[in-house]
Ligand binder design. Structure first.
Ligand code: ATP
Length: 360
């Protein structure tokens, strides 16, 4: 089911939670709403669900496929909902929790008890909880409870699944597992999903497209790869990962900052360049184009890469470089070692210089 939001805005009293927003979600897409706390993600999700109504002015519209659902009650929107805190019925078994929505359907459309049993078993099989069907929520781990929530949300065969920080309360490993899992279910059952997260990694890993929000505005909507590589503005760039800053002044094609120099093809004037950690190469001798002396202050192997913290007199804040294990060994990196940084690539947002606050 495709979802189209046209001119959806929201105020709470006089404070604005959402500027007028337009968003087109394709049938079968898995969309992540990503942004810092207070950016309006949950408000947008709740408006899609019908748990919250949008402002009357401007008169926005919400379409599910060709159906205008703007004024439809949440119950009539055919939505599955998963919240951060599992919201399971504590006095019911796993089986009964999943079956609940089906058992309270109007008699006319309610499946027979045999059909309900079969459907619940199939769902529990999909979420790999068949063996725990007779347990109560208190007898399950957080991850298992969240899988029950998911099965329960899917029992009514929603065309749209909405998830509000679904894995927020779980530890890193379980989160990781459930993410893969949600992706798998989504692909198998082919519904449209929208989930809220403030975790960049989660959004980038799970989504077909990510909607990046700040201050009630949509900053960019793109695939994870495009967002990471070609952010359209500084906020998106800084929000999506670690950033190194290089500020200086350019004269005759050379940017100077203290005793650091970098050849750049830019006009004369003040300049600020931004680099991702993987865009910083470490070498033993400066090159003709880059003379950026740095000292290694910390080294931490993280998964497939080694994170190296770098300091220098010409730097305000330390830089972070990620290097492959092979390079780490070849360079024999140790704390206190003096090296040179070479930018492989850099980014700039000349119209959006950082404010003193954001640099701190
Ligand atoms: P978080 O990640 O912290 O949940 P969010 O991006 O989901 O944040 P929202 O919960 O959508 O942000 O909130 C957006 C803005 O609207 C915030 O400034 C918040 O304080 C305000 N807000 C949200 N719900 C209400 C409400 N019921 N009454 C008044 N203000 C609200």
């Amino acid at each position: 089911m495709s979802i189209r939001l046209q001119n959806i805005a929201k105020h709470f009293g006089t404070s604005r939670a959402l500027e007028p927003v337009n968003l087109d979600i394709r049938d079968g897409e898995l969309i992540g709403l990503l942004g810092p706390s207070g950016s309006g993600k949950t408000t947008l999700l709740r408006i899609i669900a019908g748990l919250e109504s949008a402002d009357r002015e401007p008169a926005g519209r919400i379409l599910f496929g060709n159906r205008d659902v703007t004024n439809l009650h949440v119950r009539d929107r055919r939505i599955g909902f998963v919240f951060q805190h599992y919201a399971l019925f504590r006095h019911m078994t796993v089986f009964d929790n999943v079956a609940f929505g089906l058992t309270v359907m109007p008699r006319k459309s309610r499946p027979t008890s045999g059909e309900i049993r079969a459907r619940v078993h199939r769902l529990l099989e999909m979420v790999k909880l068949e063996e725990l069907a007779n347990r109560y929520p208190a007898q399950l781990s957080g991850g298992q409870q969240q899988r029950v929530s998911l099965a329960r949300a899917l029992a009514l065969r929603p065309e749209v699944l909405l998830l509000d920080e679904p894995f927020g309360a779980l530890d890193a490993k379980v989160r990781q597992e459930l993410r893969r899992w949600l992706r798998h279910l989504h692909d198998e059952l082919n519904f449209t999903s929208v989930f809220v997260t403030h975790d960049q990694e989660e959004a980038l890993e799970l989504s077909d497209r990510v909607v990046v929000m700040s201050n009630g505005r949509i900053e960019q909507i793109d695939t994870p790869d495009t967002l990471y590589r070609t952010p359209t503005n500084r906020f998106v760039f800084e929000f999506l990962g670690d950033v190194n800053h290089l500020e200086g002044s350019v004269r005759d094609g050379v940017l100077t900052c203290g005793d650091a120099r970098l050849a750049v093809d830019l006009p004369d004037g003040a300049e600020e360049l931004l680099l991702r950690p993987h865009e910083v190469e470490l070498v033993e001798t400066a090159t003709a184009k880059a003379h950026l002396p740095v000292t290694v202050t910390a080294i931490s192997p993280v998964g497939a890469e080694v994170r190296v913290e770098l300091e220098a007199d010409w730097l305000g804040e330390p830089w972070l470089a990620t290097v492959r294990h092979a390079d780490y060994e070849r360079l024999r990196l140790t704390r206190g070692m003096r090296l040179f940084a070479v930018p492989r690539r850099w980014h700039r947002f000349p119209d959006e210089r950082s404010t003193p606050e954001s640099k701190r």
